[in-house]
Design a protein around this ligand. Structure first.
Ligand code: ZN
Length: 500
């Protein structure tokens, strides 16, 4: 009775298998592959990508989609069938807009640009990277043209990561909270500083690993359906709803590196593990957007992991693991130590209060680049001028400035805003959970994370990609994404930590 839909489902699930096989190769490459394997691995991964892309963008997929859509016309909007067709129609339109030759050339240029960027950053020399960046900027502008947009070329690129979101929306949200951020950071800078020396007391890595595992297991990360390994840059990947992988990076000097990285990636992983089992093997499984994904990682890393309630429960565990390092430390001191705010040059090291300013800076610069108002050659100066304006200091070199992020060398323009959107959504979703169950903080203080995780699973995780980020947010909170809740959260928390 639903033969056409079934035919579509089978084709999509075959393509999904290819993509997941590619993800296994990538995981292996990032975690255990010896350096000698890199050339062969690049070739293998490129073959699988090409096969998957060809199968997906083939006219046959388009025909199957059309027939299945006709067969399922009138199906309930929330049903798996209607959702799959709706989401894949959009995926198909997106994938077929970029010419195959262009995609191949873009992949090649980013592969070439990456080592050039890495060397330029190591040698603090922007000029080395400039020609490669110029080519990538031209290609990003061309990509925006192929994808299409009405108001701003940036819309086309942003939409790849946050479907349906416009540049104007992001600009409005950023403009609405930038003055409050600047004001809060200035007030914190003028206040007596927080003592966080306990985090730098020297922590053996085995102990960090055991403690991290113990905590994320309590959060709800399922080790029967997931594992944790070590990599240079922490990340989360999945091959199935029931096989989700995360990585951690350890530092003996600074325990916060692994601990909060662990919480962050576990948040991403619990989103993947929390999807409804009937979505397995379908392109509906997976996080719906980068912003929503980041909301889940930031929720566990910051809202939970940096809360007073969490440390009331976690300090005894921490003490048991590291008695010498934590002698005489109270839960209140830990709470303040992990919430230290510091203006710094590097985005990935930024705390909750300063983080979004780093993103707003990048968002303004990327828009100017795409519009053609800013040339590659002028980027270092544009960066430093804005940095001085936002943070009151100027990066001493380009490695601490315009060269710090990998994104542009990887061809990822329009990606940065999703980090800030994730911060804002994390608080909006948490507040919605609190309205439904005001006892969540008490449960956290008792080491019971079940009420919070279950709420997230019911309202966000189980749906996979059925609804866009905007649809989900509207359903959950009754309004769209906004910065009001985030600013209120920051002002309350840091007013308390810094006694403002
Ligand atoms: Zn993340």
């Amino acid at each position: 009775m639903s033969q056409k839909y079934e035919a579509l489902r089978q084709r999509l699930s075959m393509i999904h298998d290819l993509n997941m096989a590619n993800a296994v190769l990538s995981w292996d490459m990032e975690t255990v592959m010896p350096p000698g394997g890199s050339a062969a691995r690049a070739q293998q991964m490129s073959t699988l990508s090409r096969l998957s892309h060809e199968l997906f963008t083939a006219a046959e997929t388009g025909e199957l989609l059309e027939r299945a859509a006709a067969e399922m016309a009138g199906a309930d909007y929330d049903s798996d069938e209607a959702s799959l067709i709706r989401v894949v129609q959009q995926d198909y339109a997106d994938a077929t807009r970029l010419p195959v030759d262009f995609v191949a050339e873009f992949t090649k240029q980013t592969a070439l640009a990456h080592p050039v960027w890495a060397k330029a950053r190591a040698e603090q020399d922007f000029k080395q990277f400039q020609p490669a960046l110029e080519r990538l900027i031209d290609m990003a502008r061309a990509a925006a043209g192929y994808i299409g947009y009405t108001d701003h070329p940036y819309d086309a690129l942003l939409g790849q990561y946050e479907r349906g979101m416009t540049t104007q929306q992001v600009a409005d949200i950023f403009a609405a909270h930038r003055p409050a951020l600047v004001e809060l950071i200035a007030a914190i800078s003028a206040a007596p500083q927080v003592d966080d020396r306990v985090l730098y007391a020297g922590y053996p890595i085995d102990g960090q690993r055991e403690l991290g595992k113990r905590i994320v297991q309590a959060f709800g990360f399922d080790f029967d359906r997931g594992i944790q390994a070590i990599s240079v840059h922490p990340f989360c990947t999945h091959f199935s709803i029931n096989d989700v992988r995360i990585t951690t990076r350890y530092s003996e000097q600074y325990v916060g590196e692994s601990l909060f990285g662990f919480f962050h990636e576990a948040g991403h992983a619990m989103y993947e593990q929390g999807q409804a089992q009937h979505l397995e093997g379908l392109p509906l499984a997976g996080g719906t957007s980068l912003g929503v994904h980041e909301s889940q990682s930031r929720l566990w890393e910051n809202i939970v992991g940096r809360s007073r309630e969490f440390w009331a429960w976690a300090l005894p565990l921490f003490r048991a693991a590291f008695p010498a390092q934590t002698a005489d430390i109270t839960a209140e001191q830990m709470y303040r130590a992990v919430n230290k705010v510091e203006r710094s040059f590097i985005r990935v090291e930024a705390d909750e209060a300063t983080y979004n300013l780093h993103i707003i800076l990048r968002f303004e610069i990327e828009q100017a680049i795409l519009k053609g108002d800013l040339r590659a050659a002028d980027l270092p100066e544009a960066w430093n001028t804005r940095f001085q304006e936002f943070f009151g200091m100027t990066p001493p070199n380009d490695a601490l400035g315009v060269l710090q992020d990998v994104h542009w060398s990887a061809g990822l323009m329009g990606y940065f805003p999703t980090y800030a959107l994730g911060n804002m959504l994390s608080v909006q979703y948490y507040n919605a959970a609190l309205r439904a169950d005001p006892t969540i903080p008490q449960a956290i203080a008792a080491g019971n994370f079940e009420p919070l995780r279950t709420w997230m699973q019911t309202h966000i995780h189980q749906h996979g990609r059925k609804f866009t980020g905007a649809e989900l947010t509207q359903r959950i909170t009754g309004e769209g994404i906004q910065s009001r809740d985030y600013i209120h959260y920051l002002q309350t928390k840091y007013g308390d930590v810094y006694r403002l």
